[in-house]
Structures are given as C-alpha cells and as structure tokens.
Design a protein around this ligand. Sequence first.
Ligand SMILES: Cc1cc2nc3c(=O)[nH]c(=O)nc-3n(C[C@H](O)[C@H](O)[C@H](O)COP(=O)(O)OP(=O)(O)OC[C@H]3O[C@@H](n4cnc5c(N)ncnc54)[C@H](O)[C@@H]3O)c2cc1C
Ligand SMILES: NC(=O)c1ccc[n+]([C@@H]2O[C@H](COP(=O)([O-])OP(=O)(O)OC[C@H]3O[C@@H](n4cnc5c(N)ncnc54)[C@H](OP(=O)(O)O)[C@@H]3O)[C@@H](O)[C@H]2O)c1
Ligand code: SF4
Ligand code: SF4
Length: 578
Amino acid sequence: MAYVILQHCCNDAACVSACPVDCIHPRPDEPSYATTEMLYIDPEMCINCGSCQVACPVDAILPGGDLGSDEAVFSELNAAFYQNQSQPATYSLSVPDARTRVTGTVRELRVAVVGSGPSGSYAAQELLSRRDVSVRVDMFERLMTPWGLVRFGVAPDHLATKGVAVGFERMTRDPRFRLWLNVEVGRDISPEQLSERYHAVIYAFGAMNARMMGIPGEDLPGSHSATEFVAWYNGHPDYAGREFDLSVPRAVVVGNGNVAVDIARLLLSTPARLAQSDIAPHALEQLSTSRIREVVVVGRRGPADAAFTNGELLGLLSVPELDVAVDPKGFGSNTDPDRALGFAAIQKVARLSELVGRMPSKDRRVVFRFCASPERLLGQHQVSGIRLVRNTLVADGSGVRAVPTDEFDELDCALVIQSVGYQGKPLGSVPFDSARAKILNHHGRVLDPESGEPVTGAYVTGWIKRGPSGVIGTNKQCAKQTVACLVEDFLADGLVKPTAELGDMATQLPAAFDVRAWRAIDQHERSAGKRTGRPRVKLVDRAVLLAVGRQAVAEQHGSVPDNIDAISSVTDEGIRRG
Ligand SMILES: Cc1cc2nc3c(=O)[nH]c(=O)nc-3n(C[C@H](O)[C@H](O)[C@H](O)COP(=O)(O)OP(=O)(O)OC[C@H]3O[C@@H](n4cnc5c(N)ncnc54)[C@H](O)[C@@H]3O)c2cc1C
Ligand SMILES: NC(=O)c1ccc[n+]([C@@H]2O[C@H](COP(=O)([O-])OP(=O)(O)OC[C@H]3O[C@@H](n4cnc5c(N)ncnc54)[C@H](OP(=O)(O)O)[C@@H]3O)[C@@H](O)[C@H]2O)c1
Ligand code: SF4
Ligand code: SF4
C-alpha cells in the first residue's frame, strides 16, 4: 500500500525532494502550495520506497499498511486530492537556489537574527547552507528557551509536531552559529546597535499579540484571548499566573481557525490525556479538575469558509472521549450562497454535514456553531453568557462576507475565549505597517515608509513579515525568499560593512545566556518528565529558568551559584506538581 501523509504535516516540503518519482504535491514551485492545508501522496504513483518517511521531521508519513484505525481516513484524503486533478502546473518561484553556486572570492557575511521561532531558525539554516558566502549567524531570543511557538503555540498533545525542533537543535552545533538567550532586542540591545555589528539584521520576532473584537463585555473577568490561554497552558513565563474560570459546564470559543480547535480539544481533554502531553504543570493541575463538558466553537461564516484544516478536524473526531456535533442553526444552503468550492472546502463540508444535529452520547462534546457572531458578553461582574447574532452570508467580488440579521441567541457560560487571530507589534524604529500589523517589506526587504525604498541591511521573515498565518513549514519558503534577497544584496556590495566588532557581545549583554543554558533547561525538563511518566515537565518560572541557566554556565566554569539549594527546591516543587 502507498505511503500516506497524516494530520500533523507542517508543509515544510522536506519529503518532496526525497521522493524519487515526484508523487508528493503540491510542491513549493506549484501555485497551490501557497494555500494548501497539507501535502498529499499520490497512491497511484508511490513506489513504497520509504525515502519520504525518513525525510519528514515530524513523523507525519506512514506506510498505508501501518495506519491505525483513526488514521485510515488520511489514506482516503491523500487519494482524494489526486482524483479529478489535472497534473499541477508548475511555475518558477523567484528564489534562486545558490547552494551549489560558488563564486571566486568567498567573503564573510555577518547576520543577526531577531527571534528564534521557526522563521528565524529556517532563515539561519538557509544562511548556513549557502556555499557562495562565508556566514556567521547570531540569533537573539528574549526568552530563556528557543523555537518560539513550537514550544509556546503548538498544542501540548501534538508532540510529533514539536519534532521539527530537532533540526533547529542540530544548527546550534554549527560553530558559525551562536544563540543569545534572554536578550530582548529593543530593550537589551537596539536595532541600531545590531546594525553596527552585522552586515544585516533579519527580524523574525513573530506576532504574539492578541487580536480582540472590541465587543461590549469583553473586559469582564471570564473573557480572554486565545493568545493568553494558549501561552498559559504551554507554560510561557509571561502568562503563568493567569486564572481561568473552569467551574461552569459550558465554555465558548469564538473563531474558526486551528487555534480554536486546539483550545476546544484541550479544554475537554481528560486528565489521563493531558498527562501524556507536555502541558505546563499549573495547567495540568487546573484542567484536570475542570468542570467544563461542552465547548461551543462559534464561526462567523459557514463550514466551507472555516479556517481550520481537514487534518485538525479529523484529529478532533478521533479523540475517543469526545463527541463532535454541528448545530443545525447556521448550517445549510439558506445561509451559504451557492458557489464552486476547492478541494479542502469540499472535504470539510462533507465531513461536517455528517455531524449536523448529532445527539451526544459521551460526557464531553464540541459543538460547532456556524454563521454567528458575538454581539456582546453578558454579566455584571463576571461573564455569565454570550449573545450571538445570526449571520447570513453574502458573496461579492472580495469573497464571502458575514452579514448580521436581526435574530439573536443567548448561551450561558462563564468562560469566553476569543480566538480571532494574532497580531504583530512594532519594534523600535523598524518601519511598521500599522494597518496590517506587520513590518513594511517587499519579499523580505524592509522598506522605508517615506521613500518606499529598501532600508539597507534590514530584512524580515515569518509572521512579522506576512501576518499571523501559515503553518511551521510555510516559514521555510518565506525564509528562503528573505535570505535570497539578503545574499543578493551582499554579493552586489549593497550592504554596509560592520563598524563594531563581534567580540564584545558578551560584555555588551551581561544577562545573556548561550545554548548551554537551554541544553541544561531541556535536560532538566526531560529528566523530570521521565521521573513522572511525562514527555517533559516544563519550567515556567522565569527566576527558576534563569537559575538553571546560571547553574549550567557556572558548572562549565567549575563554580556553583550561591542559590543552588533554592533552585533545587523550587524545581522539585514544579516536578511534584507535574
Ligand atoms: C496556538 C498556535 C498553535 C500552532 N500550532 C501549529 C501546529 O500544530 N503546526 C504547525 O505547523 N503550525 C502551528 N502553528 C503556526 C506556527 O507556530 C507559526 O507558523 C510559526 O511559529 C511562526 O513562526 P515565527 O518565527 O514567525 O514566530 P514565532 O514562532 O512567534 O517566533 C518568534 C520568536 O521571537 C521572539 N521574540 C519576540 N520579540 C523579540 C525581541 N524583541 N527580541 C528577541 N526575540 C524576540 C519570541 O519570543 C519568539 O521566540 C501554530 C500557531 C499558534 C499561534
Ligand atoms: N495544527 C496546526 O497545524 C495549527 C494549529 C494552530 C494554528 N495553526 C496555524 O496558525 C495560524 C493562525 O491560526 P488562528 O486560528 O489563530 O488564525 P486563523 O486561521 O486566521 O483563524 C482566525 C479565525 O478567526 C475568525 N475571525 C477573525 N476576525 C473575526 C471577527 N471579528 N469575528 C469573528 N470571527 C473572526 C476568522 O474568521 P474569517 O475566516 O471569517 O475571517 C477565522 O475563523 C493559521 O495559519 C493556522 O493554520 C496551525
Ligand atoms: S514512499 Fe517513496 S515513492 Fe512513495 S511518496 Fe514516499 S518517497 Fe515517494
Ligand atoms: S511535514 Fe514536511 S516532510 Fe513531513 S509530510 Fe509534511 S511536508 Fe512532507
């Protein structure tokens, strides 16, 4: 049986070049790659060689014969993609691959990368893979732990997806690469100071701010953003102390993206399921005693326009303790205009149709409510409910829009989470497009807002370049494009030679830690996990993270910090709670 791509495909296309018969699509050079939910294997062409499985960083490929009962549906999904498809047209992506191009003189290029999430890490990897320039990369991360949303966004029960970090870890062993943790650019060092030391700075600091709808009642206790809730359950130090009311049987999640699906699944996970994940100790404790048994996921448009992917929907349907139903209100042709749908939308509508009005038989359930928007949150001193307005959908030149009607519904609940996307924020003097909440750029070259011309030596990649959308692998192609522009400018003598030396960075940044601190934290968390039968027990307290980092550095230098007893007791407490 042919090999099959599964739910947690992150679109990085590492499998594409591994396949000897070109049966994995869409490829990055095909137009539909930009919008595809995942990649698919053509079962008619696959010769079962297994090369793609070896290449996949997140174990998202299995031989058809090894699929579990929950995964068999992905075999159908892969095959369905190729039914009635003409051979995808190819086009040339404007990213020259210079890996084999060697110029006469190899010159040293120094680059600073701001942010250690997938986009910054792919950019660093791409730079280090170049053969036409001699590269040195310094990466700056404001937290004590690297890899951005791989640690603080990806759901704690999606452990395979986090495997993408293995490739990033490998990069830290390259002597041309340095990781500077606990350094916030804009606070500890300015963009201008970086420009003095590097030919180029790549901004890759993501878009971690919450988007809110601005509806009445959203300031009440019980109303939260997805950003806040996700960062809390994933152990982000800035959000560890947040409180969520889990005492009332129903919660409402507003928004129809994959983050909304993650949140609904996590809110309803059983203690046993949570314990197998790497969820933060405080969240494990609180969610394990949660009384929430129903999560209503509210989408302003219909099922065909839901932003969650088929993979995540199928993943939700495969959770054994969960019922998934679709509220008949807001589902059907009376709300959704007739139109031609693409492959992913057809699959989604077909699956959701089977769930309409389904009667629950289990203790925990997710209910999708389409074509509805929150009009206000109800309650005097705390959220006690949500008032929804029913929408009708209108198709026009710009797509399908939700238009409110004069019909309303109210739901009782004490917790409302708005999962309507993230947004970027400006950093110092780096040109920012406030309307789109991202850095002003063209193909990754930062632009001067006055002249519209590129700012010499300034580049951008990832969510802060494109806006907060796209899976992990999307950032790989995005980073390649940015790095191609940067190297092109360098080779054309378009960058300014650094005026300050790199040697003084450690003096400049006395609070910074290097990769040894992260390795010690990682090791500490994994060991604690081993002792408690969990993948890892995350450290979330900033002081403890700093202390473990400091201890690692001290041990390298043969001295132990004064507060070592305090560190041990605090981390042991974290482990007991985990
Ligand atoms: C909740 C959630 C779940 C997701 N789950 C998945 C999934 O399962 N699979 C998948 O493929 N994709 C998933 N994604 C998408 C994926 O996480 C993103 O595509 C990706 O992380 C974006 O990468 P980035 O590097 O642009 O930003 P980020 O990952 O946010 O990285 C930015 C980094 O910059 C650092 N930083 C910020 N400001 C500064 C500063 N001033 N100085 C220094 N450092 C700074 C941050 O601390 C962070 O480490 C998810 C996204 C979210 C929000
Ligand atoms: N497992 C995974 O692979 C995974 C997991 C999590 C996240 N991610 C990725 O991370 C990215 C971000 O995910 P996300 O869920 O935050 O964002 P998203 O995919 O952009 O979804 C945002 C949702 O919010 C809705 N919304 C926006 N404004 C609204 C408003 N004013 N009122 C009501 N609804 C509103 C949108 O509806 P409209 O469509 O009508 O605008 C959409 O349903 C996505 O690319 C996602 O695929 C991937
Ligand atoms: S098993 Fe071999 S032929 Fe089949 S998709 Fe993977 S790499 Fe291609
Ligand atoms: S995660 Fe990457 S390598 Fe794995 S199946 Fe998806 S695109 Fe291919």
